[in-house]
Design a protein around this ligand. Structure first.
Ligand code: ADP
Ligand code: MG
Length: 237
């Protein structure tokens, strides 16, 4: 689904040059759940922005569904972003004045989907993240974990090819964080491809694969503990 080849991203401001990503080689297959980890400033958010087509590499290539995306126009990129990628942010980014239903409906309005179909799809997705009983509530009336579940529903409602999540539990306590992580893992088991940035080793183990960055480079790319068969885990222990 995604192939990054010798990808670098250098930021230039007046007299300072920062290499945020340096010669990244990474492949993500459909159905994978990948955790991106590493210390603050190592390039995690920059990588996610590039994967989400919100930023472009300074060199190297990014192939999405077998196409080199550097050939796409801004308009085509925006279309691809809306139809293929679901974003989940640390700060939920829900609209306070809109109900749960309306927040989740928004991406479908951008895609010019009919009102009848919007209603069906929003109801189905709210059920899938077990928040359908809060459909008419405003975000403020929900717990943090519930708000993030609404944000995940909004990310999923357009049937994206991939979910990109940047520290999705960063603003949640551990109970609400576990709830969101359990949901992401279930969605992945049902077929959604997920790339998630996290600080937490424990959360990294919800994924199948851990990619560790250091100073903009991939240091480790391996299966996570939980995705190993039971006997292999024993062997390691
Ligand atoms: P992380 O998410 O792992 O904390 P980032 O991807 O945000 O790291 O940042 C990686 C490096 O790139 C840091 O040194 C950061 O200061 C720098 N950086 C990120 N965005 C910009 C920008 N827009 N302009 C200049 N430097 C940036
Ligand atoms: Mg970051």
């Amino acid at each position: 689904m995604i192939t990054l080849t010798n990808l670098s991203r250098v930021f230039r401001t007046q007299d300072v040059e920062t290499t945020a990503l340096s010669n990244i080689n990474l492949t993500v297959k459909q159905g994978e759940f990948v955790a991106i980890m590493g210390p603050s400033g190592c390039g995690k958010s920059t990588l996610l922005s590039i994967l989400g087509m919100l930023d472009s590499p300074t060199s190297g290539s990014f192939e999405f569904l077998d196409d080199d995306i550097s050939i796409y126009s801004e308009v085509k990129l925006a279309e691809l972003r809306k139809s293929s990628i679901g974003f989940v942010f640390q700060s939920f980014n829900l609209i306070d004045e809109l109900t749960v239903f309306e927040n989740v409906e928004l991406p479908l309005q951008y895609l010019k989907i009919s009102k009848i179909e919007r209603k069906q799809r929003v109801e189905a997705i709210l059920k899938r993240v077990a928040i359908d009983h809060r459909s008419d509530h405003l975000p403020q009336q929900l717990s943090g974990g519930q708000q993030q579940r609404v944000a995940v529903a909004r990310a999923l409602v357009s049937n994206p090819k991939i979910i990109l999540a940047d520290e999705p539990t960063g603003n949640l306590d551990s109970k609400n964080g576990d709830e969101v992580m359990t949901m992401l893992r279930e969605l992945n088991r049902e077929g959604t491809t997920i790339i998630m940035v996290t600080h937490s080793e424990k959360e990294g183990n919800y994924a199948d694969r851990l990619v560790r960055l250091l100073d903009g480079q991939v240091m480790v790319d391996k299966a996570s503990q939980v995705s190993m068969p039971k006997d292999m885990t024993d062997e390691v222990a």
